[in-house]
Design a protein around this ligand. Structure first.
Ligand code: SAH
Length: 267
């Protein structure tokens, strides 16, 4: 009997933000295929004998997506129920769509289990509402991994600058200087508030705030590293107004993690 593959979102990292369904499926699975993004608190709870890391391999390069796809089918055809665990939501810059299509092509039954995306959740715990009745009536989720200077960039930064809504950039720590410049050149106010939320909901979460003009310096000063989201727009200023009342995992001040992960910067 072919097993089932569950494409599961882990949420941003706090195990209490796993859905009840995700937690149950992880318990019941024969195998859990994952990369580093779900975070140490969630991964460390999964028994080592049923974990399979399909993130970085020894030597540092990523496991090719084709190998992960093939492994999912192989495990399911051998009768295993497989959890494919992804950080945040499986369909937000998570390659969940590619894996789903591959499973369907190969006749493997699957189920999609949504998760709390970092694009909303990491901002929220930092005291930043991605929409606000007075300040932002739309929000765009964008990859920062693209090179904004290349000719046929899939992200139209000029159009995003014109929306007047919130822009949340994922995988955007490294190219922060490029797209903040692209937004300024497209006419966005250089005083627009910007926040970087690193390892949102993890115990060592950190936040750096600034403006379109100053955020690169803030990134360098605090040594912000992936995984982090960049929130651009009026709403990003709200953190500084509420931070002294933020409880739980909304604070900052911890040291950066020191591992070989690139924080999913190359999804
Ligand atoms: N599917 C994931 C996104 C995968 S792309 C989701 O829905 O959240 C990888 C990027 O997600 C990282 O580079 C970073 O921008 C973001 N990310 C994931 N977890 C994060 C966290 N806990 N805090 C901040 N950013 C996070």
């Amino acid at each position: 009997m072919t097993g089932t593959v569950y494409l599961v979102g882990s949420g941003p990292g706090d195990p209490e933000l796993l859905t009840v369904r995700a937690a149950r499926l992880i318990d019941e699975a024969d195998v859990v295929l994952h990369d580093k993004l779900p975070g140490p608190e969630i991964l460390d709870r999964i028994p080592a004998e049923k974990r399979e890391d399909v993130g970085k391999r020894a030597g540092g390069e990523r496991t090719p997506q084709s190998e992960t796809n093939a492994r999912l089918v192989e495990l399911a055809e051998a009768g295993n129920d497989v959890v494919r665990l992804k950080g945040g939501d499986p369909f937000v810059f998570g390659r969940g769509g590619e894996e789903m299509a591959y499973l369907a092509e190969h006749g493997v039954p699957f189920e999609v289990v949504p998760g709390v995306t970092s694009a909303v959740g990491a901002a929220g715990v930092a005291g930043i509402p991605v929409t606000h009745r007075d300040h932002a009536s739309s929000v765009s989720f964008v990859t920062g991994h693209e090179d904004p200077t290349k000719d046929e960039s899939a992200v139209d930064w000029g159009a995003l600058a014109d929306t007047g809504g919130t822009i949340v950039v994922l995988m955007g720590v490294g190219k922060l200087p490029d797209y903040t410049r692209a937004l300024r050149e497209a006419g966005m106010d250089p005083e627009t508030p910007v926040a970087l939320v690193e390892r949102g909901t993890w115990p060592d979460m950190r936040v750096a705030t600034g403006t379109l003009d100053t955020i690169v310096d803030a990134r360098d000063e605090h040594g912000i590293e992936p995984p982090a989201i960049t929130v651009i727009g009026e709403v990003a200023a709200s953190r500084d107004r509420v931070v002294e009342f933020l409880q739980g995992r909304g604070g900052d001040g911890a040291t950066p993690a020191d591992d070989d992960s690139d924080g999913g910067e190359t999804a």
